[in-house]
Design a binder for this molecule. Structure first.
Ligand code: HEC
Ligand code: HEC
Ligand code: HEC
Ligand code: HEC
Length: 420
């Protein structure tokens, strides 16, 4: 950022001549003045590689001024090279690099950082020095992290964050170290063989001894929620989700009976010898709240709940499961077939899974009241069931029912945030 500030200061005299470039940038220039200035000094402006060439028409983004709906294309990190390759097919003509373009070129201003513009200014110099200290601390932290010296790495990232308090990267690395140093996980037992998430430092899989179930980590982050293929799932928009654990199986009839003393499922009795391992169904959203109250009395640390639909969809997208079509007649025992990449079974298919969310139009916003248990209205179900095919199993598909309704294809999967 210090470099960018230096650059912009050097450019101010050129500001008056920007009219032409603002015209070229079109509607984007209305809100993104600095981006237009950055871009306009590069050959990209001359070469007609404008905002739309790299970010797409971004119609939804322009309509929604709150930035809930992101531009069509906004690659980050390693994905940036792919965007650059659209036009620079052989990579960097000067250095022959084919990746990490943004390490040397600013994606808009495209300056050579080995030759930054020269300006004398005390405040800027202080900021540049602070940037240097930040960079050194970050490098030191990464080195220590690689060697698994978590306590020392934590100190380095903490020092980096002090230099640059809004830096997301430093905050994320610090949290990673704190998670790896942590010893107590109320209600959870770490499954050591599955290791730790390299971004968050959280255990990838845990056991919940009080319930006899396992849960897998959905490590959170930003993702594109929704799909323009289904009217209920429009528009696609970016949502940020905190890390969450999901039960690897849908809750079974045996688990439900053990906690609630009765079994509401339609598929039980002589015709279903494996009923104990079948997912519980014919449960309403209200019934789900009742079992969750019982679970939270039983497990130290409590915090169990249904997943939000954003958490559910992120899990389905990250897990990349390939749902097997159901038999159209009855659910199957949990844990059959192959787990998805996160270790979850039957996220798509078997039974529909109640989510905590009230059914409300997108963009999804957890703060708008839709996650309130007291709110009245239809609640969302996700994932499709044994009687469904095709699009109904899509990660973006949404379905809703009244909170009191009990149907023989609707069940649940437990969720829990990272215990404190
Ligand atoms: C009506 C105002 C407005 C218009 C017009 C607009 N944007 Fe934005 N854009 C925003 C806001 C607000 C943000 C969020 C800014 C922030 O967080 O600093 C944003 C963020 C972005 C981001 C960063 C997204 C992210 O969250 O990482 C990109 C890229 C972007 N806009 C590109 C464009 C392009 C390309 C156009 C023209 C096609 C455009 N914008 C037109 C308001 C607008
Ligand atoms: C050469 C391709 C390219 C062009 C042309 C381009 N962008 Fe970007 N832009 C990117 C990439 C790649 C990123 C993401 C960088 C990151 O965050 O990792 C980005 C990020 C952004 C951001 C968010 C980060 C920031 O710097 O604020 C905004 C806003 C933005 N672009 C607006 C625009 C506007 C407005 C235009 C036209 C004036 C434009 N971009 C032209 C490639 C481009
Ligand atoms: C839509 C096509 C397009 C995309 C995408 C694109 N470029 Fe370019 N780029 C061009 C054109 C056209 C020129 C100008 C060539 C000329 O002047 O001969 C150019 C010039 C450049 C230059 C020379 C800049 C200068 O000011 O001398 C650099 C560096 C560069 N691009 C880097 C990138 C990087 C990095 C990306 C990815 C973030 C990227 N380009 C994406 C079309 C593109
Ligand atoms: C290790 C640093 C580095 C990386 C990584 C890098 N470049 Fe470059 N690139 C340079 C330097 C240095 C120049 C020369 C800049 C100058 O002379 O001002 C340059 C020049 C360019 C030019 C202009 C060439 C010309 O004819 O003037 C383009 C286009 C370009 N790079 C594209 C890319 C693309 C695309 C990527 C990613 C695939 C990339 N670069 C990655 C350092 C890098």
């Amino acid at each position: 950022m210090a470099r960018l500030a230096l650059l912009l200061l050097a450019l101010l005299p050129a500001f008056a001549q920007q009219d032409e470039h603002f015209k070229q940038a079109g509607v984007c220039g209305r809100c993104h003045v600095i981006s237009v200035v950055e871009w306009s000094i590069s050959s990209h402006a001359k070469g007609a590689a404008d905002c739309l060439a790299c970010h797409g028409k971004s119609e939804g983004h322009i309509i929604d001024e709150r930035n809930n709906i992101k531009p069509d294309k906004i690659p980050h990190d390693a994905a940036i090279a792919g965007l650059c390759a659209d036009c620079h097919k052989n990579g960097c003509p000067k250095t022959k690099q084919t990746a990490s373009c943004q390490k040397c070129h600013h994606v808009h201003a495209l300056v050579n950082p080995e030759r930054p513009p020269q300006v004398k200014d005390q405040v800027l110099e202080q900021r540049a020095a602070s940037w240097e200290r930040y960079s050194r601390r970050m490098e030191e932290g990464e080195r220590l992290l690689k060697a698994e010296h978590f306590a020392q790495a934590r100190d380095a990232f903490r020092a980096a964050l002090k230099e640059n308090p809004n830096d997301k990267q430093a905050a994320e690395r610090l949290q990673l170290c704190e998670n790896r140093l942590r010893t107590g996980w109320p209600g959870f037992e770490i499954v050591k063989e599955r290791g730790f998430c390299s971004r968050t430092g959280l255990p990838r899989e845990v056991r919940v001894p009080a319930l006899g179930i396992r849960m897998a980590l959905v490590s959170g982050g930003e993702f594109e929620m929704g799909s323009d293929r289904f009217p209920v799932s429009k528009p696609r928009h970016t949502v940020r989700v905190a890390p969450v654990y999901l039960a690897v199986h849908e809750t079974t009839q045996a688990e439900w009976t053990a906690l609630m003393g009765k079994n509401p499922s339609a598929h039980q009795g002589e015709k279903f010898p494996e009923a104990a391992r079948l997912p519980v169904e014919q449960v309403s959203w209200d019934d789900a709240q009742a079992i969750i109250r019982v679970v939270n009395q039983k497990v130290p640390g409590a915090g169990f709940r249904l997943p939000t639909e954003a958490e559910w969809e992120l899990a389905a997208r990250r897990g990349e499961g390939s749902p097997e079509p159901g038999n159209l007649k009855a659910p199957r025992p949990v844990g059959q077939g192959r787990p998805d990449k996160l270790g979850l079974f039957d996220l798509q298919g078997n039974v529909w899974e109640w989510c905590s969310s009230l059914s409300a139009p997108y963009p999804y916003d957890a703060a708008d009241g839709r996650e309130s248990p007291a709110a009245q209205g239809m609640r969302v179900l996700r994932g499709g069931g044994y009687a469904d095919l095709g699009d109904l199993l899509d990660p973006a598909m949404r379905h809703a029912e009244r909170a009191g309704r009990r149907l023989q294809w609707n069940g649940i999967r437990l969720a829990r945030g990272v215990p404190q």
